[in-house]
Ligand binder design. Structure first.
Ligand SMILES: [Zn+2]
Length: 279
């Protein structure tokens, strides 16, 4: 074998290796980009920049509505992704708080000040529970936004809970109920509902009042992205909870112990975040 042929063969090998490495690099880049977008969609994490928000919005539009995206990720990669994403963000809406400040598109809700029964105001109960829950979640290192009846347009978080209490002319009506938008806006809303419902019902012993879920809950204004600008982003799993009836003597006693109720909701939130691999 002469020297020239040997050098030519080596050069060919180097070229093939370079092509292979470049192809691997491109594949890795495409994988990371896709995975990053999918993670952003699944977690609905608060976008760090307007450009990132635009990429997520584009990807949401490009994917079929309510498509369930499942990414199998090893634990170390999940841990790394969670560290990069930062602490989970939770939005807590105090039902009816500052209703008079609703924007024009929601002017019809300016007088929706919540239930009143036996000298108790729903909004005070909602606020006490939301504040206690915020304290508990912050103590665990989570980021919490306490929000009034008006949510910021396109609000994003890892999850969103709208906190309410009910009342009924029937003093025997008792129990807890919750609802995500119908139809569900993303695949994680059902998971959030199951986790929160289980935790709350088992901790409080209240009956499940699911049959009294109203149309207003199933089409809750703050989840209705088609009609309203001031709504939680479609990719953020969102749930409205009715913690009990102010008009029922036993429910009322429970509603006056906000920290107990907050502890039950906290368990539901933490279970959900663990279920989706965000913790
Ligand atoms: Zn309410």
């Amino acid at each position: 074998m002469d020297l020239g042929a040997e050098t030519g063969e080596r050069g060919g090998q180097r070229r093939r290796r370079r092509v292979l490495l470049t192809a691997l690099g491109v594949l890795l880049l495409v994988f990371l980009l896709l995975n990053g977008t999918v993670m952003a969609l699944r977690w609905g994490g608060a976008p760090a920049s307007p450009l990132f928000a635009r990429v997520v919005t584009f990807a949401e539009g490009a994917l079929p509505a309510r498509a369930e995206v499942r990414v199998v990720r090893p634990a170390w990669l999940r841990g790394l992704a969670n560290r990069l994403a930062g602490p989970p963000r939770v939005g807590l809406q105090v039902g009816h708080l500052h209703a008079a400040d609703q924007p024009d598109e929601l002017a019809g809700l300016r007088f929706s000040t919540g239930a009143h029964a036996a000298g108790l105001d729903e909004v005070e109960v909602n606020l006490a529970v939301a504040e206690a829950l915020a304290d508990r979640l912050r103590a665990r290192g989570l980021l919490v936004d306490l929000l009034p009846a008006t949510v910021p347009p396109g609000y994003r978080a890892d999850l969103f809970l709208s906190i309410h209490a009910d009342s009924s002319p029937d003093p025997t009506r008792s129990g807890y109920k919750s609802a995500h938008y119908r139809p569900a806006r993303n695949a994680r809303e059902a998971l959030l509902k199951v986790a929160v419902d289980r935790a709350y019902l088992s901790a409080t012993g209240l009956p499940d009042d699911d049959r009294n879920v109203s149309g207003n809950m199933l089409e809750y204004y703050a989840f209705n992205v088609r009609r309203f600008h001031h709504a939680v982003a479609r990719s953020t799993p969102a749930l409205i909870v009715e913690l009990g009836y102010l008009s029922h003597h036993r429910d009322r006693a429970l509603l006056q112990r906000p920290d107990e109720l907050a502890a039950a909701l906290e368990r539901g939130v933490m279970t959900y975040l663990r279920d989706i691999g965000r913790l």
